[in-house]
Design a binder for this molecule. Structure first.
Ligand code: SAH
Length: 263
């Protein structure tokens, strides 16, 4: 046992004072530090910290104002959906802080989530009504599907990479979307079981428009699809009673549409 004389008591007292001082400093500093650390962590998890959630909310509203409304998107339901859907929940942790930036982002397996403006543009151009049944080809992370889920009655989405399809299913179900069904498969063939569709949105680019998708589009329905190889244009295809009208709109770069299930 340590025997402490007068000096020992003084040392003890000093130690206690120093310890107390440390405690005070820690108590004063921790909320600030914890706020930052937690805010980052909870931004990654998308829960717990109000400041993280609020920051994403602010960034989302700015995205809608400056990237979408300012560039001419007017459909109120599309704007409301883009303001509501938490895009940061659809991207992987390293990319969450960039979720609301004006660019596509990697989602793994060499695929990307489209730039916010393109998601809004395709959703508006498809002229989707609240009672519409919509088919999406290329679920990816499920973000475009969620936007469609907000503005349509029912969404069917097909993804060729099984891991992405599964991840999208999980994200969409965690966010409570019950009107979106995701299937793993080759979207080139469409999803005949639920056809006809009031709108079809394709987010992987084929070199020419797949005939099965034209067949599965309802009369007066619209398909919005990037067509081309290296560079593509978004083509808006309208099916009327007696003809198919195709209109080239904006130039884009999407990942190519694949034709086989990957191993
Ligand atoms: N809409 C997506 C982005 C899609 S990226 C989102 O919001 O995240 C294009 C996706 O199309 C990729 O995930 C790719 O795997 C998928 N894809 C490519 N070819 C396909 C095909 N033939 N059928 C279904 N999905 C396909």
């Amino acid at each position: 046992m340590l025997k402490l004389g007068q000096g020992g008591k003084t040392m003890n007292f000093s130690l206690v004072s120093i310890a107390l001082l440390y405690c005070c400093i820690l108590i004063l500093c921790l909320p600030g530090c914890a706020g930052e650390v937690n805010s980052n962590e909870s931004r990654i998890q998308g829960e717990n910290s109000n400041s993280g959630i609020e920051q994403f909310e602010v960034e989302r509203q700015q995205m809608v104002e400056y990237q979408i409304r300012d560039r001419g998107i007017q459909d109120k339901r599309v704007l409301a959906a883009m303001s509501k859907v938490p895009r940061h929940q659809f991207v992987e942790p390293p990319w969450k802080d960039f979720a609301y930036s004006d660019r596509p982002l990697p989602i793994g397996y060499q695929q990307t989530i489209s730039q916010p403006y393109i998601v809004a543009y395709m959703s508006e151009t498809a002229e989707i009504s609240p009672d519409a049944k919509v088919l999406e080809i290329g679920t990816g992370c499920g973000y475009q599907a969620a936007i469609l889920g907000e503005i349509a009655k029912q969404v069917y989405s097909i993804e060729i990479i099984p891991e992405l399809a599964e991840r999208a299913r999980q994200t969409l179900s965690q966010l409570g979307y019950e009107n979106i069904e995701v299937k793993t498969g080759d979207g080139y063939q469409g999803w005949a079981e639920h056809a006809p569709y009031d709108a079809i949105i394709v987010t992987a680019a084929p070199e020419k428009i797949p005939q099965p998708l034209i067949d599965q589009l309802a009369t007066n329905g619209k398909m919005v699809i990037p067509v081309g190889s290296w560079y593509q244009d978004i083509v808006v295809l309208t099916k009327t009673e007696d003809r198919i009208i195709k209109e080239k709109t904006i130039p884009v770069r999407f990942v190519p549409m694949r034709r086989k299930l990957l191993k």
